[in-house]
Ligand binder design. Sequence first.
Ligand SMILES: *[C@@H]1O[C@H](CO)[C@@H](O)[C@H](O)[C@H]1NC(C)=O
Length: 235
Amino acid sequence: MFAPVLSLLFAASALAAPALKIAGCSVAHKQLTVPTGQTQLVVPSTTTPSFVGIGVGVQNYTCSAAGTFTNVGAVAELVDISCADSSKYASLTQSVFDLWQRAPESLTTQKLIQDLSPIDPIFKQPIILGQHFFVTNPITGSGISPKWDFTSASLQGHSDAFVVGAKVGDIVAPSNSGTNIDWLMLNAAQGNLASNVFRVETRGGQPPASCTPGSPDISVKYASQYWLFGGSFSH
Ligand SMILES: *[C@@H]1O[C@H](CO)[C@@H](O)[C@H](O)[C@H]1NC(C)=O
């Protein structure tokens, strides 16, 4: 995967640098579909999508004194799906999740992503967009905030290619909400990777309904689509 690195170097060193384009396809004209009859998830009208990926990873939970699970973050790897037809996005997300669900405990998300080509030819040479994880809330200094960080993968060398999100919208998953985690809309609180992030088409990630206080933290496998809008890096 040398070509993307070279084109980044070239774009960065050109005098009148064209809009930065990493490997993959433009998603500017892809349409994010959100459920009708709700006001939480609002597709931006003044920006276009810049990245669309499938996140594959785990949601972490701790057991509260009340005997219910509380989310304590997540960690996921984002694989690019920009070159697939958007009519296939939901089924690609489902297929990635099915493989991840069946994978042995020892299989990492990085390894899983290298082996997705039976699902679709776009995964023959998978593009890792970056990582999703949690950091201390950079605004308040307490609690945790979700971060999408492409600085170690598709946008290596661009130290501002990350976004820390603040949740502005949340709806239960339109189907199987006992199994599938909520769909979300976030605004950027920090970073130049995007101005908005959406988590949609979730698969898995929900904890059991109750737990025994004092029991260890758990990790629940999930996959979802992440749509990033705006930001200074187009794709
Ligand atoms: C979530 O759990 C995984 C192990 O399953 C761990 O690698 C990761 O660091 C945890 N992340 C957070 C934010 O708790």
